[in-house]
Structures are given as structure tokens and as C-alpha cells.
Ligand binder design. Structure first.
Ligand code: PMP
Length: 390
């Protein structure tokens, strides 16, 4: 890029990496017959009852500036949702509506980490948290999961060793994008204890908690923390209710931080459109059956893709416990970016290269199996052929 005053742009902005996922998408976009399993979303459009609520609101004139923290009806619906799904009693005051999960992460970082600070996160990881931390001027410090016959596991001693006097927070995404690793209750308790002992905030990204294949939901920090713990929950309407394009999510915060976060909303997106929030209320109030159907379909897809790839005898994988991704390695592949391009050209399947999820992801691929089953099966067959032929 050349522009006269390029050097006046902030270093952090100039250094922000292009997503390794979009780099591969650019290679394959628009190919006839390609099965795209590279992005983190399903193939179902938002259900009609959610769209209707938003359209009615839009037509009814909800087109003005609105509450920065979120409309009262949505914050009340969030409190009711937590009561129903998690047995947790929160007041409406503990919710801040955001422009998607990404905006929730950004606000958490704005509150917690800037120049000279460090944030610890568990990797391989969806790249956006670390990139946003680094753009804020902080250093994002990865702690790699290990893959063994026991699945993906977290070495808590290694995590503790990554903490320095500059650390401000630990970011925990469970169930994990991309690995499907899901912290059990004991791991959550130990993470909580480390955070308490070291005086660190926890940022809990549990946006996939409903996509859990052993139970109705994944273990949550909500189960092991109390009022008074320093924890921020980032969450999103994107995945549960097929609303990725809406850009709406939320933060669950300690109530005394409400004004602080409202200020951060004011000075970033100044609030989420009122009519979108009306759609989100409908999602929370009427969307349980839709979420359950999606999870069941994803479970079947997960089982089929894992079976097909395992049968090649040439992949490394742990059957994901949660989220809707398979993170797998192919024997002999060391350059996942190059191989993802070859897989597009030769198998007509779009995968995200593991290197996009950090150095520990090299040699792996992320496959999103949250799609109609005939597409997942066709993709599995094409991939199995490609793997066996190489
Ligand atoms: N956290 C994780 C772990 C994610 O995978 C994503 C989306 N890929 C987000 C947050 C952000 O979600 P949103 O689309 O609501 O910004």
C-alpha cells in the first residue's frame, strides 16, 4: 500500500494481520459446486419469527437513536433467558447489548488492556481476540492446547507460567472455535482460582455453550463464579439463532460497571439499532426449539464427518465436544495454507487453514460442519478421496 502519510498511521493498525481465513476464501469464492466449510456459520437463514419482529419494529417507526446499553425489553429478555437456561439470577442491569460478539470482545479489551499490558488466551484460537488486543496495543499471549488420545487438553501449569506482572486478563473461549475443546467444571474452577490468586479478570467467551454434544449446555463459568468475581461474559446472537449478519450480541458484566460499559458503547457504535434488538427479543423468547434443532443437526453432521475422515487412517482429530467445528490434521501436511488452496482446486471443498488460528494450528484445518447433511456428506467423501490420494 502506498500513500503519502502511511507512516502516520498507528503501528498497531498497520501491523494488523489479514485474516488467514479470508485469504483462502478469496482463492475459492464463487467456484461452481464448491462446498464452503471455511467460515464460522451455519447455512440456515434467520428464522421467520425473528425477522418478523424486526420488520414490524422497523415499519412501526423504531428508527431513532436508542438506549446505549440496550432496550429495556431486551435486557429483561436476557435476564429471563439466563434464568431459564442457566438457573442464574441476574438483574437487567447486568446486560449491555453490543454490535455482535466481536464488539463485546472489543469493549472488554477497551476496559481491560492497553499499551504495555498482556492478555493470556488459549490457542489454537479464533484469531480476532488476539488481533484486537494487539491493535489496542496490548500483547496477546497464547497458551497452546495439546492434542493426544485424550482429545484436546489444557495444561494449567503452562497457563499459569504465561502470566506476568503485566497480565490483566485471561480470555477463555469454551466450547472453543476452532478445536471444540470444552472446559470441564474442574478446569473452570482452576482457571477461576488462578484468576483470583493472580488478581486477573476473566473474559469468558461462551458463545457456543448451547452447541454441546454431551449435555444440554457446556459447563460455564456461571456455574463456578459468584457475584464479586471479576469476570466479563461476551456473547452473541450470531450462532444460536442463525443471526451472524445482524451484528448483535451482549456482555454480561458486574452491575457496578454498567455506566462504564455504556460509555464505551456510546463512544464506539453508539448502540445497536432498535429494530434489530426487537428481533433479538423474539429470538430469546421463542427460539429454544430452533436452537435445539440446530444442535441435533450439527451432532449428526459431526458424527458423519468424523467417521468419514477417521476411516482414511490419515488424519489426527479429537471428536469435538462442543461448537460446530472439526479441527483436524492430515498426515504429511505441514503448510495448511498451501494445502487449503490445493483442496479448493482439487476437491472443491473450502476449509480454513489451521495456521490462521495461530502457530500451534499449523498442519491442521478447520471445517465447519454446521450445514445440511447432504453437503457435509459430499464434502466428507471429497475430502476423504483427496486425503487418500495424496
Ligand atoms: N467468539 C468466538 C469464539 C467466535 O467464534 C465468534 C464468531 N466467529 C465470535 C466470538 C464473534 O461473534 P459475532 O459474529 O457475534 O461477532
Amino acid at each position: 500500500m502506498s500513500s503519502k502519510l502511511f507512516h502516520h498511521l498507528r503501528d498497531e493498525a498497520r501491523r494488523a494481520p489479514e485474516s488467514g481465513i479470508t485469504a483462502v476464501i478469496g482463492h475459492g469464492r464463487g467456484r461452481p459446486g464448491l462446498i464452503p466449510l471455511w467460515v464460522g456459520e451455519g447455512d440456515l437463514a434467520t428464522p421467520g419469527f425473528i425477522c418478523d419482529a424486526a420488520v414490524d419494529s422497523l415499519r412501526g417507526g423504531d428508527t431513532f437513536y436508542t438506549w446505549q446499553r440496550g432496550i429495556p425489553e431486551l435486557r429483561a429478555a436476557l435476564a429471563a433467558y439466563y434464568r431459564r437456561q442457566f438457573g442464574a439470577d441476574f438483574s437487567d442491569e447486568e446486560f449491555i447489548v453490543t454490535g455482535g460478539g466481536m464488539h463485546a470482545i472489543l469493549l472488554a479489551l477497551q476496559a481491560l488492556a492497553g499499551h504495555g499490558d498482556e492478555v493470556v488466551y488459549i490457542a489454537p484460537a479464533w484469531p480476532n481476540f488476539a488481533a484486537a488486543a494487539e491493535i489496542a496495543g496490548a500483547r496477546a499471549v497464547p497458551v497452546e492446547l495439546d492434542l493426544s488420545e485424550n482429545g484436546w487438553t489444557l495444561d494449567l501449569a503452562r497457563l499459569e507460567a504465561a502470566i506476568t506482572p503485566r497480565s490483566r486478563a485471561i480470555f477463555v473461549n469454551s466450547p472453543s472455535n476452532p478445536t471444540g475443546w470444552t472446559a470441564d467444571r474442574s478446569t473452570l474452577e482452576q482457571l477461576r482460582d488462578i484468576a483470583r490468586r493472580k488478581g486477573l479478570w476473566l473474559i469468558a467467551d461462551e458463545i457456543y455453550s448451547r452447541f454441546h454434544y454431551d449435555d444440554a449446555r457446556a459447563p460455564s463459568f456461571l456455574d463456578v463464579t459468584q457475584a464479586g468475581d471479576s469476570i466479563l461474559f461476551v456473547n452473541s446472537f450470531s450462532k444460536n439463532w442463525a443471526m451472524t449478519g445482524w451484528r448483535i450480541g451482549w456482555l454480561r458484566i458486574p452491575p457496578h460497571l454498567q455506566q462504564l460499559f455504556e460509555n464505551l458503547v456510546q463512544y464506539s457504535n453508539s448502540g445497536v439499532p432498535h429494530f434489530l434488538q426487537r428481533g433479538a427479543v423474539a429470538a430469546l423468547e421463542q427460539g429454544d426449539a430452533f436452537v435445539d434443532e440446530q444442535v441435533e443437526r450439527a451432532r449428526t453432521a459431526r458424527d458423519r464427518i468424523c467417521r468419514a475422515l477417521t476411516a482414511t487412517g490419515r488424519v489426527r482429530l479429537a471428536v469435538p465436544e462442543g461448537a460446530f467445528y472439526l479441527f483436524f490434521g492430515i498426515a504429511g501436511v505441514t503448510d495448511s495454507h498451501r494445502a487449503a488452496l490445493d483442496i479448493i482446486d482439487e476437491a472443491n471443498v473450502g476449509l480454513a487453514p489451521g495456521a490462521a488460528f495461530g502457530a500451534g494450528g499449523e498442519g491442521f484445518f478447520r471445517l465447519c460442519f454446521h450445514r445440511r447433511l447432504d453437503h457435509v456428506e459430499e464434502a466428507a467423501a471429497r475430502l476423504a478421496d483427496w486425503i487418500v490420494a495424496r
